[in-house]
Design a protein around this ligand. Structure first.
Ligand code: SAH
Length: 465
């Protein structure tokens, strides 16, 4: 496996300081199953190239069972692992170029933080997903991507093309960013890993992905493959990632929530919603209740006052909201038996989650309108197909009512994070279709004083199965 990195930033030999590797020497490093060498095929003032050559020992792979293949005996000894760029190369980058990967350079600190012209070359890169995937992964990061298929044997063109690409990436980037992109994306392209992927892999992904992964258009594919399609890990990583997207989305959300409260305040709508939802849950005879998208825990607080609710579990994607909820509910000070009735879970409602199974009822209060329309179908399956509580109480704003809010400019939604607001017809059509698909019946209850023309400020659907 070979990775070369070239710069033409003058003096180009400063690359040696950035990589902490002297251009004048060939250096060898021991890896878990082989060796790595760093050497410089060229080291001039106007161009300098550092080569990282990784030589895996296929026998060590089999003996140590490190990344051993599942196939037959021959496949264990004869396979592409020593040659094709894969997770071993990523591991070698972290081990051999660790300081550069972390952006540290004692002697050229400023240069380490400066985008410079860099060209990375990997002569045998697998891509499960073809050349299109290579482009899809690297182009959004600002690289000019050149990926051509390698022939099986250059001396025998009649043998055709191999499954490996000759990759050339050109960009003006910080060296640490180039290394971080390669570290994450090489195993993603190979779609394999030589070691067991556990929870600590999420931290690696998020730390190496900091500053670029959250905004990457293929972040879900990257996360899914990087974590070897372990859904529970992927889900957690994406939830943490989406919390990373803006500098502080929780703070923005909190400010917007305050704004929404201000718009709706004259109607005391929040209290009305809590009262209506509690009433429906009580009359349904629910004992174990979920509050999905519980926010700062106001509904949970109200429900806990009623001993008929034996277990109340709040779920939210925002850690900040959950922390506020925990303070509001005084979880720390609670007596053990009272404490056992409440649970706060960090999770996203658009990923299937076994922790949501086994409840009598779920409240989803002012949450759907925060979901991206493209995620709505996943949300429906998570709640109505998998978790399947007997009763689901769901509220959302009635868009028609917005004209009655004097402080709300025309055509504005009540909360800047709302992705949509439904009219009564739209909401009812959605709810009826969801109920029909998943074997529930629906009824609709207005919340807040109903206006003869535009209806109630909040609309509520009660799903029962
Ligand atoms: N139900 C609360 C909060 C409503 S605000 C109340 O009525 O006061 C919407 C809440 O949904 C926010 O706390 C937000 O963090 C949460 N949310 C948004 N998208 C989510 C998702 N995909 N999974 C879980 N919670 C989500």
């Amino acid at each position: 496996m070979l990775l070369t990195i070239q710069t033409t930033h003058r003096p180009a030999t400063d690359l040696g300081y950035l990589l902490h590797k002297n251009p004048a020497r060939v250096q060898q490093f021991e890896l878990s199953a082989g060796s790595a060498w760093v050497f410089y095929p060229e080291a001039q003032d106007d161009a300098c190239t550092a080569a990282l050559l990784v030589d895996l020992d296929p026998i060590a792979l089999v003996r140590g069972r490190i990344g051993a293949r599942d196939g037959g005996l021959l496949d264990q000894y004869v396979n592409d692992r020593p040659y094709a760029a894969n997770s071993f190369l990523a591991a070698a980058i972290a081990q051999v170029y660790g300081s550069a990967l972390n952006g540290r350079s004692d002697e050229r600190a400023e240069l380490a933080d400066t985008p410079i012209p860099l060209v990375a070359r990997i002569p045998a890169l697998p891509s499960r997903g073809g050349p299109g995937l290579i482009e899809r992964l690297f182009a959004p990061l600002g690289y000019e991507v050149e990926a051509s298929r390698q022939p099986v044997d250059p001396g025998r063109p009649e043998w055709g093309e191999s499954a490996y690409y000759n990759l050339v990436l050109r960009g003006i980037v910080r060296l640490q960013d180039l290394l971080r992109h390669l570290y994450v994306l090489i195993p993603v392209l190979d779609d394999d890993k030589h070691y067991w992927v556990g929870r600590d892999e999420i931290d690696k992904l998020l730390s190496r992905g900091e500053g670029w992964l959250a905004a990457h258009p293929a972040r879900e594919l990257i996360t899914d493959r990087y974590l070897r399609r372990q859904r529970h890990l992927t889900r957690e990583a994406l939830a943490r990632l989406s919390a990373d997207e803006a500098p502080d989305p929780d703070a923005a959300e909190a400010a917007h929530t305050a704004e929404e409260a201000l718009v709706e305040e004259p109607l005391r709508l929040n209290e009305e919603r809590i009262a209506s939802v509690s009433a429906v849950l009580t009359s349904a005879g629910a004992k174990r209740v979920l509050d999905l998208g519980c926010g700062e825990g106001q509904l949970i607080q109200a429900l806990l006052k009623n001993p008929a609710f034996e277990q109340v579990t709040g779920v939210d994607v925002s850690v900040r909201s959950l922390e506020t909820a925990a303070r509001r509910l005084r979880l720390k000070e609670m007596h053990e038996t009272a404490r056992a009735r409440v649970q706060l879970l960090h999770g996203s409602l658009v990923y299937r989650d076994a922790r949501l199974d086994g409840f009598d009822a779920a409240a989803v209060v002012e949450v759907v309108e925060h979901l991206d329309p493209s995620r709505l179908a996943s949300f429906e399956r998570v709640i109505f197909q998998h978790a399947r509580p007997t009763t689901v109480v769901l509220t959302t704003p009635n868009r028609e009512y917005n004209v009655r809010f004097p402080s709300l400019p025309a055509e504005r939604m009540r909360h800047r994070d709302h992705r949509f607001e439904w009219s009564r017809t739209e909401f009812q059509a959605w709810a009826v279709q969801v109920a029909r698909t998943h074997g529930y019946t629906t009824r609709f209850i207005p919340v807040g004083r109903e206006d003869p023309e535009v209806g109630p400020p909040t609309q509520m659907a009660v799903f029962t199965r």
